[in-house]
Design a protein around this ligand. Structure first.
Ligand code: FAD
Length: 278
């Protein structure tokens, strides 16, 4: 059923410098007016940003909002995951985005006690019961390393059956791919809410590169127009706003249970989009 104003959530990445930390704190204040249901903070599978993730999550909780660390398991031991879960509990974290994470280059699959995100979800549930709301990743256009859409859908269903509470999707431009994914997952018994991940378009080359790297299909008409604007940043932003607002409208009209914004630690594009969406 269509919801006129589904809840929104916001995603940030951990800044690498003190100036970045200060800037992100200001960006969060600008975005809190949107009353996000929660804010999530990404996590570097290689370990470089884990402390930054935790620091940002703690700051968000102190500011009075729910915060969810992204938490990847590749290469981790059960002991280290157990210790992190205990730390999360102590700091009042109630929501986790549970991921496998990207495989480090040269990864042979022998390190670590977790192979897939479903292993992490099952472990969190076995260790902590219902303490955490567990989000998992969903790929309406298939995870780029998967053998086939069917295999990837089965992998998603396995995460839900292992105990995931809801899902956040990879960015996409085709609402049909999202709705089909949701229908197919439901038909296989995975009924948890699947919240679309929305990437505002602010820069042509950046969004084209990112879409290509994560396997999101950018329709030809969007790609060609973005490329045609050259260095005209204002036209790119205006066009990007039209395209993503239209996508959000389609998603809301079709009953998407929320919108998760990849803010890229910027406030303007997300605020503009929300203004456009009323
Ligand atoms: P999984 O669900 O484990 O899937 C990984 C691959 O394995 C897929 O191809 C799947 O089809 C396959 N697979 C799963 N189970 C099986 C099985 N039993 N047998 C065979 N194949 C199987 N990365 C980060 O490093 N940090 C982040 O903070 C981060 N945040 C993200 C947030 C969102 C919303 C999304 C969509 C992605 C995010 N990522 C992040 C990227 C993510 O880590 C990568 O896409 C990663 O390669 C897969 O993680 P996953 O949790 O989806 O893995």
């Amino acid at each position: 059923m269509s919801q006129p104003n589904p809840p929104i959530s916001l995603e940030f990445f951990p800044p690498k410098t003190p100036a970045g930390v200060t800037k992100l704190a200001a960006v969060r204040q600008q975005l809190y007016g949107l009353k996000p249901q929660f804010c999530s903070v990404t996590y570097g599978a290689g370990g470089s940003t884990q402390d930054g993730t935790f620091a940002a999550v703690k700051a968000i909780i102190e500011e009075g909002f729910e915060a969810a660390p992204h938490f990847s398991c590749i290469g981790a031991s059960k002991e280290s995951i157990r210790a992190k879960l205990a730390e999360f509990k102590v700091h009042g974290i109630r929501r986790i985005v549970a991921l496998r994470g990207d495989l480090p280059s040269g990864y042979g699959g022998s390190n670590g006690e977790f192979h897939y995100a479903s292993d992490l979800v099952a472990f969190i549930r076995a260790e902590t019961g219902d303490n955490f709301h567990i989000e998992v990743a969903a790929y309406p256009e298939m995870h780029p390393q998967s053998r086939s859409p069917q295999a990837d859908l089965q992998a998603y269903v396995a995460k839900v059956k292992a105990g995931a509470s809801s899902a956040l999707t990879q960015m996409f431009f085709n609402a049909d791919a999202y709705f089909r994914f949701v229908d197919e997952a439901r038909a296989l018994g995975a009924e948890v809410p699947v919240v679309p991940g929305i990437m505002p378009i602010t820069n042509a080359s950046g969004i084209i590169r990112f879409a290509d790297s994560c396997g999101a299909d950018m329709p030809r008409w969007i790609r060609l127009r973005l490329q045609g604007f050259g260095d005209d940043a204002e036209s790119i932003k205006a066009f990007g706003l039209d395209v993503i607002a239209m996508l959000c409208d389609q998603l809301r009209a079709g009953g998407a249970p929320g919108l998760h914004f990849y803010t890229m630690n910027q406030s303007v594009a997300t605020l503009e989009l929300m203004r456009r969406l009323g």
